[in-house]
Design a protein around this ligand. Structure first.
Ligand code: DSN
Length: 424
């Protein structure tokens, strides 16, 4: 048995089964090439902050206005997180309490809509998110979801279509952003449409928050009424979320999060968010954010040169959406073969997909985690080569190639240790 990467001595003696699984996960994250675009590696400091005695405290309310005593330290933690979020994203107001992205977005509905009101968002199979009004989500069943997509010819959002829908349907809220959008979001264009339609514009920047913080994607700050983001993707914080807004919406947002939707905030997460925001404001983070994009673009070029069909032809950000139809293999079969090769991706629908979401035509890959390991653009040729070999091996059933790639992936991972995971 290999030695654990991190010693969890109390856990190991209290619950060896869970300790063993945590150790196995640490080893898996160290040894594999993690290309899921919504995942990352947090720093050791973020990891420490999220495992502290702040767990033990109830803090319903906001700093200075709590329903529980003993908030001497917690109030300061939350205030630091709020002030750092406002400064980094240049917004008037920040609420750092949402448990994650879906509750954050649900709080937006609670703040601005009544059940049955109309919301306009990007459809899930076109790259949007469940909570942007998609039917199976509460946001699409309790509210009236109207959805825009991308053009079939360009794979890009068509703002003329968005404007036509907005003016015809008069939504109270318009969401821009999504989970499989490889191109720059035109916040100014969306803001103009929202103004014409009399809607609140919500920029869901969960995927690109770190790129915005690092100056590698334009900021929604001058344009959006509300900015919703998770904190654990490109921003490289703990699993959590934030809602930022203009001053005029501060009260509605705060009331919607608590008491509207949630109880006590997860204070250990708030502390870890504060640490991640400090890191994102630090000297190295802009270089990281730009390198994430450079790596994704280099990987896209290498994949295109090997005949991969990239939705929209490439990427402006951290993410590539690949239609595997021409490779003769489904997204799910490819993703599972890549996983066996130590390359972790997720299968994903592509725009106008003719296959079902549980076995769609595409895979979605991204570079935030590999860039956190310091892997440079010069290695993207090797990464594309492995993906090409494994996708082909998935089609032909060539397990020997998959095993060989897994060993090569491990060698590269050993050369670039993951943050937060000491080398054993
Ligand atoms: N599940 C996230 C993602 O992978 O993009 C979005 O919520």
């Amino acid at each position: 048995m290999t030695a654990p990467l991190i010693r969890h001595s109390a856990l190991a003696s209290a619950d060896p089964e869970i300790a063993a699984l945590v150790s196995a996960e640490e080893r898996l994250q160290a040894d594999t090439l993690r290309l899921i675009p919504s995942e990352n590696y947090v720093s050791a400091a973020v990891l420490e902050a999220s495992g502290t005695v702040l767990q033990n405290k109830y803090s319903e309310g906001y700093a200075g206005k709590r329903y529980y005593e003993g908030q001497q330290n917690i109030d300061q933690v939350e205030t630091l997180a709020v002030e750092r979020a406002k400064a980094l994203f240049r917004m008037d107001h920040a609420n750092v309490q949402p448990y994650s992205g879906s509750p954050a977005n649900l709080a937006v509905y609670l703040a601005f809509l009544k059940p049955g009101d109309t919301v306009l968002g990007m459809s899930l199979p076109m790259g949007g998110h469940l909570t942007h009004g998609w039917g199976v989500s509460a946001t699409g069943s309790w509210f009236r979801g109207v959805q825009y997509g991308v053009r079939r010819d360009s794979g890009r959002v068509d703002l003329d279509e968005v404007r036509d829908l907005a003016l015809a349907e008069r939504p109270k809220v318009i969401f821009c952003g999504g989970t499989a959008v490889p191109r720059t979001i035109d916040f100014a264009g969306f803001a103009e449409i929202a103004r014409e339609a009399g809607a609140v514009l919500v920029a869901d920047v969960a995927h690109i928050a770190g790129l915005i913080a690092g100056g590698a994607h334009p900021s929604p700050a001058p344009y959006a009424d509300v900015v919703s983001t998770t904190t654990h993707k490109t921003l490289r914080g703990p699993r959590g979320a934030m809602l930022l807004s203009r001053a005029e919406h501060a009260r509605a947002i705060d009331r919607a999060v608590f008491p509207g939707l949630q109880g006590g905030p997860h204070n250990q997460t708030t502390a870890a968010i504060a640490v991640a925001l400090k890191e994102a404001a630090g000297a190295g983070f802009s270089g990281y954010a730009h390198q994430v994009v450079a790596n994704a673009q280099a990987l896209g070029e290498e994949l295109a040169a090997r005949g991969f069909d990239l939705v929209s032809g490439g990427t402006d950000n951290h993410l590539l959406l690949i239609d595997l139809t021409g490779k003769g293999v489904s997204g799910k079969i490819a993703a599972k073969a890549l996983d066996r090769a130590g390359i972790v991706v997720n299968y994903n629908t592509v725009p106008y997909d003719t296959r079902k979401p549980f076995d769609p035509s595409g895979i979605r890959i991204g570079t935030p985690a590999l860039t956190s390991r310091g892997i440079p653009a010069s290695e993207m040729g090797a990464v594309a080569h492995w993906i090409d070999l494994v996708v082909d091996a998935a089609r032909t059933g060539d397990e020997a190639t998959i095993t060989k790639v897994r060993a090569e992936v491990k060698t590269l991972m050993d050369a670039y240790p993951a943050p937060g995971l000491p080398v054993a």
